[in-house]
Design a protein around this ligand. Structure first.
Ligand code: IMP
Ligand code: MG
Length: 181
């Protein structure tokens, strides 16, 4: 697996430190409000970040999971978003926080946000570990952002290429010959 890696973009320790800061920011933002509902959006890429982040938050939160398809197995957004697994909670009147691994074109998250807003939550905020603003097509910005990164295809810490590399501890750039970029 290591042979496919060009370089480490964000090492494990740096991610851990930043996730703890995000947890503190989110804890402060919701202090005194009704406990928020944390939605891991979208499976599967966000699950590693989600599980680390929720343990850095000191609020009586509930969580749920959403799975949509957008990319298939490749690296380009199809522009089509389909719900594969919906959340189970009724979000009407609740504070909703969507937890995303990466906002790239923003098409996926923008569609998910509209789907969720139609269910009339009291508020909706977004936390994304990674932001690639140079590739944005939909007008969407996360309220909490871990790292702003350049336009490189990355894997690890939940992120995949062709369903592989999700279990890498660091966030890494793939070798061009693997990615075909
Ligand atoms: P968007 O709709 O283009 O914003 O894409 C969002 C989804 O594409 C993310 O939730 C990721 O699953 C995937 N994605 C975008 N960029 C990358 C990347 O660099 N590596 C791995 N997955 C990515
Ligand atoms: Mg994802």
């Amino acid at each position: 697996m290591k042979d496919a890696i060009d370089k480490i973009l964000l090492p494990e320790a740096e991610i851990r430190e930043r996730v703890a800061e995000l947890g503190a920011d989110i804890t402060a933002a919701y202090a005194g409000a009704e406990p928020p509902l944390f939605v891991c959006a979208v499976l599967k890429g966000s699950v590693v970040f989600f599980s680390d982040l929720v343990r850095c938050i000191e609020l009586p939160l509930c969580f749920d999971f959403l799975s949509v398809s957008s990319y298939g197995d490749g690296a380009e957004s199809s522009g089509q978003v389909r719900i594969l697994k919906d959340i189970q909670c009724n979000i009407e009147g609740k504070h909703l926080l969507l937890i995303e691994d990466i906002v790239d074109t923003g098409i996926t998250l923008n569609t998910v946000r509209e789907m969720m807003l139609a269910r009339r939550p009291a508020s909706l905020k977004i936390c994304a570990l990674l932001d690639k603003p140079s590739r944005r097509q939909a007008a969407i910005t996360a309220d909490f952002i871990g790292f702003t990164i350049p336009d490189e295809f990355i894997v690890g810490y939940g992120l995949d290429y062709g369903e592989k590399y999700r279990n890498l501890k660091d966030i890494c750039v793939l070798k061009k010959e693997v990615f075909g970029g």
